[in-house]
Design a binder for this molecule. Structure first.
Ligand code: UD1
Ligand code: CA
Length: 450
């Protein structure tokens, strides 16, 4: 049977006390609603319709073309939100998942089990429930004496007897698509919050003797609804543990998981060791047999196999195989290091490429440069790329030796195989294979200090 999905993401999220719309708060570096979308995609649900309202443009940007969008102009409640999808899904036959954009830990496995039960029971609505230690804030599942789901009562509307119930509504459901839209129209907003509640559809269907089912999630935390920053931190902690376990299952050694942060989209090859104090985020890819850390931040980088990066910060850069970086190096965006490069302590590289076998071992700044093969940049040498207004390029061709404490004033080219003597300030192009020296000759005055 055809499956569709509706993701609710129109609310402001007042309890977050944030200028960022709730469903865009990241968990392990990815907006909550994007986690939900990805799990929903895995169910082969099509189309997926996301209901947007507060922060509509930002939510659309975060999800891109992976979802259709329908605007809910005023946030009148979850039933009203789902009803907005009628123009897209209204007349279709099939099963519709409804899922909240603020339950980032939900997995496609659990949603798939929910759908299996829905089909097996020939239900018209099946709600995913969970048993909460502390059900405060959630809707409670009210069952009949026979144990069948009768209705859902919101926390704010519940009496003390209902509040004592620990089975909660996770906000995730399967519905018969056509009946969903039919019953949504009968939902009223006569409750404490004056909102149209989606769970009221269950009671209305039940009253018409339609078969309703419930699937109890095995793990409450998978259904955690993030309404405030405390739940956000809990979600982060659980998602982080999941990510670290996935890498460890894949053959990555993580020395101290409590001191390691790895984003949801990071990939790491087998036998790589992650030392304590690493934060690896964004679209980062790390090869196999690397040693990363201790204390290293890597954001949006591709790191080749057999490389070692210690106590360093690397952003939006590409690093080859068998590269050594650090301790205390800084790769700024658009740095491209070929295989076997060595970047030592207190070296900053920015928007520069270095080819095979080159070394910048100590205390250098290389910016807006093209460095060829087997170049040695001596300690303390820098490219002078900025005149206060514009940036200029430095080219250092293959097999060049730059002596210590040289300044290469850009724009400038150092020809193939040249040797720049220590302390030289290079102001014009250096011919290939030459020795270039520009410094005041030393004067010794014997006995002067007596
Ligand atoms: C909802 C459920 C509650 C359940 C809980 C699970 C209702 C009435 N209550 O409560 O039974 O236990 O989720 O986490 O459904 N939204 C819209 N438009 C609106 C209102 C909300 O798109 O007009 C979106 C929000 O952005 C959010 C989701 O729907 O992603 C849920 O809304 P929220 O206000 O967080 O509902 P809860 O109070 O958590
Ligand atoms: Ca919620």
């Amino acid at each position: 049977m055809q499956t569709y999905a509706i993701i609710l993401a129109a609310g402001q999220g007042t309890r977050m006390k944030s200028k960022l719309y709730k469903v865009l708060h990241p968990v392990c570096g990815k907006p909550m609603v994007k986690h939900v979308l990805e799990q929903t995609e895995a169910l082969q649900a099509h189309p997926i319709v996301t209901i947007v309202g507060c922060g509509a443009e930002q939510v659309k940007d975060a999800l891109g073309t992976r979802s259709l969008f329908v605007l809910q102009e005023n946030q009148l409640g979850t039933a009203h939100a789902v009803l907005q999808a009628e123009e897209v899904l209204g007349c279709l036959e099939g099963i519709t998942f409804v899922v909240c954009g603020d339950t980032p830990l939900i997995t496609s496995e659990t949603m798939s089990k929910l759908r299996d039960l829905h089909i097996r029971n020939q239900a018209k609505a099946t709600v995913l429930t969970a048993i909460a230690k502390d059900p405060t804030g959630y809707g409670r599942v009210i069952r009949t004496q026979e144990g069948l789901v009768k209705k859902i009562v919101e926390h704010k509307d519940a009496n003390s007897e209902e509040r004592a119930i620990r089975e909660i509504n996770t906000g995730i459901y399967c519905f018969d698509n056509q009946l969903l839209f039919k019953y949504l129209k009968s939902v009223k907003n006569e409750n404490t919050q004056g909102e149209y509640y989606l769970p009221d559809v269950i009671e209305l269907m039940k009253a018409d003797q339609l078969p309703i089912a419930a699937y109890i999630a095995e793990d409450f935390y998978e259904t955690l609804g993030v309404n405030d920053r405390i739940a956000l931190s809990k979600a982060e902690q659980i998602m982080q543990a999941r990510i670290l376990h996935r890498h460890m299952h894949n053959g990555v050694t993580i020395i101290n998981p409590q001191q390691t942060v790895i984003g949801a989209d990071v990939s790491i090859g087998e036998d790589t060791v992650i030392q304590p104090g690493c934060v690896l985020t964004g679209q980062t890819e790390i090869g196999k047999d690397c040693v990363i850390g201790p204390n290293t931040e890597i954001v949006d980088c591709k790191i080749g196999s057999y490389s070692v990066i210690k106590h360093s910060a690397c952003y939006d850069s590409k690093v080859g195989e068998q590269v050594q970086i650090g301790p205390f190096a800084h790769l700024r965006p658009k740095s491209i290091l070929a295989d076997t490069i060595k970047i030592g302590n207190f070296v900053e590289i920015k928007a520069s490429s270095l080819e095979y076998g080159s070394k910048v071992s100590h205390l250098s700044y290389i910016g807006d440069s093209e460095i060829g093969k087997n170049v040695n940049i001596g300690c303390g040498s820098i490219t002078v790329n900025y005149d206060g207004k514009n940036k200029f390029k430095t080219v250092v061709q293959d097999n060049v030796f730059i002596g210590c404490n040289s300044n290469l004033i850009a724009p400038v080219t150092i020809g193939e195989g040249a040797f720049v003597a220590a302390g030289t300030t290079v102001t014009s192009d250096v011919p290939e294979k030459s020795l270039t020296i520009a410094r005041i000759p030393q004067v010794d005055k014997p006995g002067y200090m007596k």
